[in-house]
Design a protein around this ligand. Structure first.
Ligand code: AMP
Length: 166
């Protein structure tokens, strides 16, 4: 099994420490922390790369989900993936942006969890990913869980814990 470490403490010990002292953090429902689908910048499988680059640049996000018209999650698209796909031998082939479709180049390996996943499972995955995609049992996209949101909540709980110990 892969062991994730946070400095000197492994993630199991880290979670145990948190639950031991506060109990609250590990009981949080991820629905409370995630950004719901309607507020997530995304593209559709059939969009061309020009559109995807526009959404990525305008939103300022590193990577965004790729959905189909039924809101099923198919992959992630990012600016580096797009740039790499239009890199010719001697020049960047910008004309390809209009021709290629998102589904041809997207990354199909998506860090994802079900809406029922525990915060502990999410914490483990967020060590290696800036955000997780959240979907229903049937695979419908519900939103994303960014690492920053989870850390913000953890920070609040740790501060609360410190105050109550004083
Ligand atoms: P943050 O922790 O807010 O910096 O977000 C980390 C990453 O999550 C961003 O770089 C994006 O790839 C993704 N992300 C965060 N919020 C959104 C959003 N509203 N729509 C799409 N992607 C997002």
């Amino acid at each position: 099994m892969v062991e994730y470490t946070c400095g000197k403490t492994n993630i199991e010990e880290f979670s145990a420490m948190i639950s031991l002292h506060s109990g609250e953090f590990l009981e949080i429902d991820i629905r409370k922390l995630m950004i719901p689908s309607e507020r997530v910048a995304h593209v559709q499988v059939g969009n061309n790369l020009e559109h995807a680059l526009l959404v990525l640049t305008k939103s300022g996000y590193t990577a965004i989900p790729v959905l189909d018209p039924h809101y099923k999650l198919h992959g992630l698209i990012s600016t580096p993936i797009i740039m790499d796909s239009i890199l010719g031998l001697e020049r960047i082939e910008f004309e390809q942006l209009e021709k290629k479709r998102v589904e041809e180049v997207m990354n199909q390996s998506v860090p994802r969890v079900k809406i029922t996943a525990s915060i502990k499972t999410c914490l483990r995955l967020l060590v290696n990913h800036p955000f997780l995609c959240v979907d229903t049992e049937d695979g419908y996209f519900e939103g994303i869980l960014p690492r920053s949101t989870v850390l913000m909540q953890l920070n609040l709980d740790v501060n609360k814990m410190n105050k109550s110990e004083k």
